[in-house]
Design a protein around this ligand. Structure first.
Ligand code: SAH
Ligand code: SF4
Ligand code: F3S
Length: 474
């Protein structure tokens, strides 16, 4: 009997990588693979990698280091590095981990099944990456970064009711700190017909919530035969699909937050009132050094338009602390912006210099690690206080949540029910835990919020009795 084909796959990085891993798993399942949690028992071990910060790369090199012995004992196991670090480091990965068999950039993932077979057939190490940003004509470079999207594997998703759909690949903004434009290639919008067809197929599989993905998703444009489709037009088309209840999109670029998009989010009930629009800094000096293309005044003006058009919108952001030349005064301006904008949450990162970016070439990484850490902790404390205040304001409210499944605590404890701590998300992307039943997974249920922490709301299923109590409180 032929040996069973088992795949172990580890994914780091952003939602793009989660989606890419889902697609690679789907293509390998078609070749007869099953998934395993144990690298020791796998026939193929894949890492889908990220290069956005040094830490993400260190994690993968350390995981690869741990496989050296295993590969010595079982030389037939195929070890592959895919994704952004594969594109960035290419053959240099062999210098640190010569026992790696496969290096595949994010634009070449459709080739993974064939490349594995080549290795197994004795063809030796395989490297497939896309063209660098200066290695050909724009058309050639674009072609080499095209991704494959139609294959879907619901079992790879955190929950089968939710799915990512890529609408845009690459990025052309070239923020000076960022490696993404180098590893994901030029910005390209996918044709709207493909996106709508994929969303319909997902709805047929039982998917209720779709999150559209792009590095600057609101810059999406697709031009064909003199007709131009924007993100707002796409939302209108997706809104028509029966079975889809919620539509989200990430990540937004502040300069492209146009009024037509804000009106679409306001007017289309399936669109979540949730906008992730990274500001990165509150200091104009830093924004200019980062080449973000807007001033803090313009960001504030955008925020006012969001608040005026969609008053109940939850807005979240990303910040980098300790970028080149950041002074205490620059940092104070970031704190002020966070205080003023009252984001639902913010992801805060210490600047990590990335070789290959303008930042690494032109600007010194001159803020000490101690200062980066202190600023990170301070900004996080301010944001956590604001998140907690916003969440506390929701106590007593009745909200609709899409139930994702048992909470992490219930899964860690191995709870089996019948009453189980479940987790779900509000339309505005807040996490709610409540005591419920496994059968509610994938359903929209009403809960009333009775307690709140900075990252979690605590709810209770609404029955007519709870509703009655609420009325008697108010
Ligand atoms: N395309 C998205 C996000 C890309 S990466 C956008 O433009 O918003 C996600 C986040 O990582 C960024 O928003 C930024 O805050 C952070 N980031 C990117 N490069 C970084 C670097 N070199 N060091 C630290 N954080 C970085
Ligand atoms: Fe990176 Fe800037 Fe593009 Fe976002 S917009 S992916 S931060 S270059
Ligand atoms: Fe990382 Fe690549 Fe995403 S560098 S953040 S996995 S696009």
């Amino acid at each position: 009997m032929a040996e069973k084909k088992l795949l172990y796959i580890e994914t780091v990085g952003c939602q793009m990588n989660m989606l890419d891993s889902e697609l690679v798993v789907a293509s390998l399942r078609q070749q007869g693979y099953d998934l395993t949690d144990a690298p020791e028992s796998a026939t193929t071990i894949l890492f889908n990698t990220c290069s956005v910060r040094q830490h993400a790369e260190d994690k993968i090199y350390s995981a690869l280091g741990k496989l050296r012995r295993l590969k010595q004992s079982y030389p037939d196991k195929v070890i592959g590095v895919m994704g952004c670090m594969a594109q960035k480091d290419q053959r240099r990965i062999f210098d640190r981990a010569p026992y790696v068999d496969l290096i595949v950039g994010p634009g070449q993932l459709h080739q993974v099944p064939e490349l594995i077979e080549r290795v197994q057939g004795g063809a030796g190490r395989q490297v497939e990456v896309s063209l660098d940003r200066t290695a050909g004509s724009l058309e050639q470079i674009k072609r080499s970064h095209e991704s494959f999207d139609p294959l879907r594997d619901p079992s790879m998703r955190p929950s089968p009711w939710q799915a990512y759909v890529r609408i845009q690949i690459g990025c052309d903004k070239f923020c000076t700190y960022c490696i993404v434009p180098m590893v994901r290639g030029p910005e390209q919008g996918r044709p709207p017909e493909q996106i709508v067809a994929e969303a319909r197929a997902l709805a047929d599989q039982g998917c209720r919530e779709i999150t559209l993905l792009g590095q600057t998703v609101n810059s999406y444009r697709y031009r064909e035969n003199g007709k131009s489709t924007r993100l707002s037009d796409l939302l209108l088309q997706l809104h028509e699909i029966p079975g889809i209840d919620r539509l989200k999109f990430v990540t937004n670029y502040p300069k492209d937050m146009t009024d037509d998009l804000l009106r679409a989010v306001r007017d289309l009930p399936k669109c979540s009132p949730y906008l992730h629009v990274p500001a990165q800094s509150g200091s104009n000096r830093m924004l200019a050094a980062m080449k973000r293309g807007y001033t803090v005044e313009e960001y504030r003006e955008m925020m006012q338009r969001i608040r005026a058009t969609i008053p109940d919108a939850a807005v979240s952001s990303d910040f980098i602390v300790g970028f080149s030349g950041e002074t205490e005064d620059d940092f104070r301006q970031t704190v002020e912006l966070v205080e003023e904008c009252r984001f639902k949450n913010s992801f805060i990162f210490k600047y990590s210099e990335r070789p290959g970016t303008k930042g690494a070439e032109m600007l010194p990484d001159d803020v000490s690690d101690d200062n980066k850490r202190r600023r990170n902790n301070e900004l996080l404390a301010v944001q956590n206080r604001i998140s907690a205040e916003l969440n506390e304001a929701m106590v007593g409210e009745e909200v609709e949540i899409l139930v994702e499944g048992p909470s992490k605590a219930a899964r860690d404890r191995g709870d089996a029910g019948p009453v189980l701590q479940m987790t779900g998300r509000t339309h505005c992307d807040r996490i709610v835990v409540y005591d419920g039943n496994i059968r509610q997974a994938g359903q929209l249920v009403q809960v009333v919020i009775y307690d709140a922490h900075s990252h979690t709301l605590f709810g209770e299923i609404v029955t007519s009795e709870v509703r009655h109590d609420l009325h008697s409180i108010s």
